[in-house]
Design a protein around this ligand. Structure first.
Ligand SMILES: [Zn+2]
Length: 337
């Protein structure tokens, strides 16, 4: 059985394009016919270059000459008919050496995971360093407006109570000199309960419930120091950029394969949780060093964390910390049961 495929021949020396036919009549050789000097070549010596998009299928010879055809299916069929596999040599080689193929699959997986784990955070952090602080300001202002709509009500704390904490907070943040405009605000929030939130712009919101839960002012300063740690390291912006990077990568790798969408949606959430653990540890480290340099025992921080954890357990069901992106407070602070 043999097949003749029409196409064009380029001899590799001149720019001339000649009409030609490719004849595949054995599992060993093929022939180029219809040109001034027809010739035969060993199948093993030619390269079959599969087309991408609209580019013609190419058969490349050792001397640089090329036979081109748009009828890829005919070439494939002819090669199949003579029992020859057209896959590229490297793929053939890998197929005959399956441990290598398996190994390269593993390397691909490891590289992808490594890129998500380390590459994206590094790229996001470099990007964050190049984003002016005015962007943080804008993000923070808009986040506060959103939170005010969603979960905050005005504070019921007395003006004197607020003023004392704001003065202590100013003393904490005045000399940081990182270009952030630190401000402390109070809100009442049934939804958040005893909590504090750092917004990218340097706005830290503390809930009335947290102030009421504290048994010592130093406990609140410890929480504020932790939140200042988040702002100083620009965690909100960095998290935003990391999430965007992971989503973009997932889209690039999986395209719009909708059956994978739910799975893909889960992966960024999982990684965000892990990244946010890293940020929590950074913020904790900042808080502990601030406490140490101000002669406040770090146990004040553990005590308030444990009390928040206990309050959260009472408020929410047992699964509260399971899906929470934060490491369980009790685990961070090593609370006594
Ligand atoms: Zn935190």
């Amino acid at each position: 059985m043999s097949r003749v495929i029409s196409g064009h021949y380029l001899d590799g020396d001149s720019a001339a394009v000649q009409e030609a036919q490719l004849l595949i009549d054995s599992g060993e050789e093929l022939a180029v016919l219809g040109i001034a000097a027809p010739f035969r070549a060993r199948l093993a010596s030619v390269r079959f270059i599969a087309p991408v998009g609209n580019i013609p299928y190419r058969v490349k010879f050792e001397n640089g000459a090329v036979f081109e055809t748009r009828d890829r299916a005919a070439v494939s069929a002819a090669l199949r008919a003579v029992g020859y596999r057209e896959s590229s040599k490297i793929v053939q080689w890998a197929e005959n050496h399956w441990p290598v193929a398996l190994g390269s699959l593993l390397v691909t997986i490891i590289l992808t995971v490594g890129f998500v784990q380390y590459g994206i955070p590094a790229l996001a952090d470099i990007t964050a360093r190049n984003i002016p602080k005015s962007v943080d300001q804008l993000l923070g202002q808009q986040s506060l407006e959103l939170l005010d709509d969603l979960m905050f009500e005005s504070s019921n704390l007395s003006a004197a109570q607020q003023a004392t904490l704001i003065a202590r907070f100013r003393a904490m943040t005045d000399n940081i000199g990182d270009g952030q405009h630190y401000r402390l605000q109070f809100r009442y929030s049934v939804l958040l309960g005893p909590n504090a939130v750092a917004l990218p712009s340097g706005i830290i919101v503390m809930t009335d419930e947290l102030v009421e839960l504290a048994e010592h002012e130093d406990e609140l300063l410890a929480v504020l120091a932790h939140e200042v740690g988040h702002v100083k390291e620009r965690h909100a912006l960095r998290q935003l950029l990391r999430s965007a990077g992971i989503s973009a990568l997932a889209l690039a790798v999986l395209g719009d394969a909708s059956s994978m969408a739910s799975l893909v949606g889960f992966v960024p959430a999982l990684l965000e949780a892990q990244h946010s653990r890293e940020f929590e540890r950074e913020a904790d480290a900042f808080a502990k060093s601030w406490l140490k340099s101000h002669g406040i025992p770090s146990s004040r921080f553990d005590q308030i964390l444990c009390r928040i954890s206990h309050a959260a357990d009472v408020l929410a069901d047992e699964d509260y910390s399971y899906f929470s992106s934060h490491p369980p407070l009790a685990e961070r602070a090593q609370c006594k049961p």
